[in-house]
Design a protein around this ligand. Structure first.
Ligand code: ZN
Ligand code: ZN
Length: 239
């Protein structure tokens, strides 16, 4: 660590993004808060990642009633690292709005663990859910692109930032009701450079899965390029 970094750590010590505790090692979250994260691991549906899934499919995987009833789905796999509770909310808000871009590293590691079935089944291209350019100008970065970049580093998988674009501004999904969310993002994503994903196994990356409207719209745009499969991986989901 550089001398300048040593001085900075004394003046502005690294703090846990959840509880604000000073960290001896700059890893974004303290051990206590990591323990309190509600990781989704047991009894998740092998297909959609929904917890509390109690059915078993032909291959012996846990599966939810919805996936059992509708085996042909837009996504091959869907996974989230944890449930969207107050801890996950603090982490994501800090990453998105408070310049805690350092959190992308630890959050991507959590996503990598949660996405083990996805990576084991093979991924050719990672694509982050894009932001409208006016939002990037304001925020200076796209949090999903930061997560995608870290996942690319962890896995060695190529990340493509120029396949999906957001063609129009939408209201923040959290401000919309369930029904409004669907219309809010309808047709908001455009496919470009489709040759980059034709016949490929594509993994979409976003921060939160709420109703799934955003990620579904992205997948519908991507589908036009005829990829082999589409998965999605998020930090947290509303359960
Ligand atoms: Zn903490
Ligand atoms: Zn399911």
């Amino acid at each position: 660590m550089s001398f300048l970094q040593d001085i900075l750590n004394v003046i502005l010590p690294p703090r846990c993004a959840v509880c604000g505790e000073v960290l001896s090692i700059d890893k974004g979250i303290c051990d206590k808060c990591i323990e309190d994260i509600d990781f989704l691991s047991d009894s998740i549906c092998y297909r959609c990642g929904q917890p509390h899934s109690s059915f078993i499919d032909k291959k012996g995987h846990k599966i939810c009633g919805n996936c059992l009833a509708h085996p042909r789905r837009l996504f091959r796999f869907s996974r989230s690292a944890c449930s969207y509770d107050s801890i996950a909310q603090k982490l994501i808000l800090n990453l998105k709005f408070h310049d805690r871009t350092d959190l992308a590293s630890v959050l991507a590691k959590m996503m990598y663990v949660a996405g083990k079935d996805i990576f084991a089944s093979g991924v050719d291209v990672i694509i982050p859910v894009p932001l409208h350019y006016t939002r990037i100008l304001k925020r200076k970065y796209n949090q999903s692109a930061l997560l995608a970049k870290e996942l690319g580093r962890l896995t060695g998988i190529k990340v493509c930032y120029d396949v999906l674009t957001k063609s129009r501004m939408t209201r923040p999904q959290v401000e919309c009701s369930g029904f409004e969310r669907l219309n809010n993002v309808k047709g908001a994503f455009l496919l470009k450079n489709s040759e980059k994903i034709k016949g490929k196994r594509v993994l979409l990356i976003d921060d939160v899965l709420t109703t799934g409207s955003t990620i579904k719209e992205c997948a519908l745009a991507i589908k036009k390029a005829h990829p082999k499969s589409i998965d999605n991986l998020t930090i947290a989901r509303v359960v």
